[in-house]
Design a protein around this ligand. Structure first.
Ligand SMILES: Cc1cc2nc3c(=O)[nH]c(=O)nc-3n(C[C@H](O)[C@H](O)[C@H](O)COP(=O)(O)O)c2cc1C
Length: 179
């Protein structure tokens, strides 16, 4: 893609950093992007779907087998999006993407993507340092996905180290840039 993305799917997974997802939605919408949110079931335990729906002014996709979405939300969203942005992305979600899993809506959505995908990992330093996670991140880069961060900083555990999600403003800035 050479033009800046205007249609963005924000996928939110079950990291404590999910509390920052509404700020990302707000930043993207303020800049004029159209945003649709999709959550994993664990993501929905960390951030209220209603908050994301209100800020994005659109329904939030959560259930792969929702009969209201017989047209298959994962396929329609995947083809609608200029960019699929996963922020935050958990260690488990990176592992699932690396293995091409499609059990959940967000997993299936990314697997169906033909365009640009970016993931923003967020996790504890030990999880990020584990060879399995490093290998998964490398695999995703090999698929052509952009891996943004994580950075060093204060973590939810109170410790300081690598694993902190990029700041929402920086994620918004990168998301709106043409590749
Ligand atoms: C309070 C709390 C915070 C968590 N934060 C993270 C995190 O930042 N990164 C991560 O990879 N997992 C984190 N987890 C573990 C994930 O929630 C768990 O691996 C979950 O299965 C991920 O589901 P999902 O990837 O389908 O959303 C946390 C768990 C709890 C209880």
């Amino acid at each position: 893609m050479r033009r800046a993305p205007r249609r963005i799917v924000l996928g939110v997974t079950g990291s404590i950093a999910a509390y920052k997802a509404p700020e990302i939605v707000r930043g993207l919408v303020k800049a004029g992007a159209e945003v649709r949110c999709a959550l994993t079931p664990t993501g929905a335990r960390f951030v209220a779907p209603l908050t994301l729906a209100a800020l994005s002014r659109a329904a939030v996709a959560q259930d792969l087998h929702d009969p209201a979405h017989w047209e298959m939300a994962h396929l329609s969203l995947a083809s609608w999006a200029d960019l699929i942005l996963i922020a935050p992305a958990t260690a488990d979600f990176l592992a699932r993407l690396a293995h091409g899993r499609a059990e959940g809506l967000l997993d299936a959505l990314v697997l169906s993507a033909r365009g640009r995908v970016a993931v923003c990992p967020a996790m504890d330093s030990e999880m990020w340092a584990h060879p399995a996670t490093r290998a998964n991140a490398k695999t995703l880069a090999g698929y052509g996905y952009e891996v943004w961060g994580p950075v060093e900083g204060e973590l939810a555990s109170g410790r300081v180290g690598p694993g902190r999600m990029l700041e929402p403003a920086e994620i918004v800035r990168r998301a709106l840039k043409a590749r």
